[in-house]
Design a protein around this ligand. Structure first.
Ligand SMILES: *Cc1c(COP(=O)(O)O)cnc(C)c1O
Length: 409
């Protein structure tokens, strides 16, 4: 008899976006003539830019010819892409990485979920709250998170991120082994300054902790005083692993490509105190469980770093950020408390009069026919907030704002 991994059974069945879809479908069933606009789901809407599409066509043509056909590639990614990453994402910021510290992935979700395999199940973890659910759920699956009690996992340290602390958590007052940070943040759309990030790196170095840093939204940063990478902070090479994704940067949610940085200086300890470099372990892990990202996706990603690619990708980000700007202005003018939306495609909106997240969600759905994401779905500190995304088409977003305006007035 095969015994199931019972840790999976601890995960609640309901998935936030499935719950939302159920409620939206119930509304649509009873209001078949009403069209609903979603400012809910975190997927992009704008097509791939021409430079990327051209690279995809070219790569497909190469695959059609015997002499340029490619089969399995290197598990850690092709050098042409890793070199472009080094040269464009890190060197201009004064960050020197070894090419073997870059692992091309099939999107950041896989690696943010999988990297925790490298460390023992009994490490303690701390997460910013609210949070991208993958970090916790992947720890639940391996048995590290404990049990769910009142919406909190018993072995997870929740570090509240609220308006009061500017959505940057307080440094824990006890030792933690692994810390998950995500900036620019999903869901709050807020950022961390270099000074604040430096405190985290120093905490990790002093306490021998690891930081898993999710930089999936770094391309949305509009001001270069805000760190694009944790390696802009001295010492981070010794304690931080960083995740990048082309999903939100260049509309790759359907193409699938990103990369993970595992510096050679990052180590974890055996029970007897021997320091083991995680770079080599991750390489070993990837060679066993991953056969690389498709050649076509990697050529597509490489095209983002050409002069045309850079320009085109920036134009799409500007398009979304224009949405974010209009949304923030309109909602603030309506008297709402709004955070984020300046260096990220998300707005984090405080519900009026302490209304709970789901109630606000339902009222906005039924009265304005606009979908948002209830903040509490991202963690206990998200209660009393909702998330709106700027990933919509501009015309739809403008229409949604008009509806919200009419509803709130
Ligand atoms: C979208 C997102 C990712 C990236 O997901 P992909 O697997 O690369 O599509 C990673 N982290 C956060 C916080 C995200 O919102």
């Amino acid at each position: 008899m095969a015994l199931v991994n019972e840790h999976f059974l601890k995960l609640p069945n309901n998935y936030l976006f499935a719950d939302i879809a159920k409620k939206v479908n119930a509304f649509k069933a009873t209001h078949p003539k009403t069209d609903v606009i979603s400012l809910g789901i975190g997927d992009v809407t704008q097509p791939l830019c021409p430079a990327v599409v051209e690279a995809i066509h070219k790569a497909a043509d190469e695959m059609a010819i015997q002499s340029s056909f490619r089969g399995y590639g290197p598990e850690q990614g092709y050098d042409f892409l890793r070199e472009a990453i080094l040269k464009n994402d890190f060197l201009p910021r004064g960050i020197h990485l070894d090419i073997n510290e870059i692992f091309v992935n099939d999107g950041a979700k896989s690696d943010t979920g999988n990297l925790q395999e490298l460390v023992r199940w009994d490490n303690s973890i701390a997460v910013g709250d609210p949070i991208y659910p993958v970090y916790i759920d992947s720890n639940v699956m391996i048995g590290r998170a404990g049990t769910l009690e009142d919406g909190r996992w018993s072995n997870v340290i929740y570090m509240p991120c609220t308006a009061e602390n500017g959505f940057v958590p307080q440094i824990p007052d006890r030792r933690v082994d692994i810390i998950y940070l995500c900036y620019p943040n999903n869901p709050t759309g807020t950022v961390i300054s270099k000074e604040e990030l430096k405190k985290w790196v120093n905490y990790a170095l002093k306490n021998d902790a690891l930081i898993f840093y999710d930089a999936a939204y770094e391309a949305y940063i509009q001001d270069d005083s805000i760190p694009h990478s944790i390696y802009e902070i001295r010492g981070a090479r010794k304690c931080a692993i960083e995740f990048h994704s082309y999903s939100k940067t260049a509309g790759f949610t359907g193409v699938r490509c990103g990369y993970t940085i595992v510096p050679k200086d990052v180590t974890a300890s055996t029970l007897t105190g021997e320091r083991i470099p995680l770079n080599h372990l991750w390489y070993r892990r990837q060679c066993t469980k991953f056969n690389g990202t498709s050649y076509i996706s990697q050529r597509a990603a490489e095209a983002i770093y050409t002069p045309e690619g850079k320009e085109q990708v920036k134009a799409t980000i500007d398009y979304y950020m224009q949405n974010a700007h209009t949304m923030k202005q309109t909602l603030k003018d309506l008297g709402l408390e709004v955070y984020g939306g300046e260096h990220a495609p998300y707005l984090w909106v405080k519900t009026p009069e302490g209304m709970n997240s789901w109630r606000f969600f339902e009222q906005m759905l039924y009265d304005a026919h606009v979908v948002c994401t209830p903040g509490v779905g991202f963690g206990p500190s998200g209660e009393g907030y909702v998330r709106l995304t700027a990933f919509g088409q501009q015309s739809q977003t403008a229409e949604a704002l008009q509806r919200i305006e009419k509803w709130l007035k």
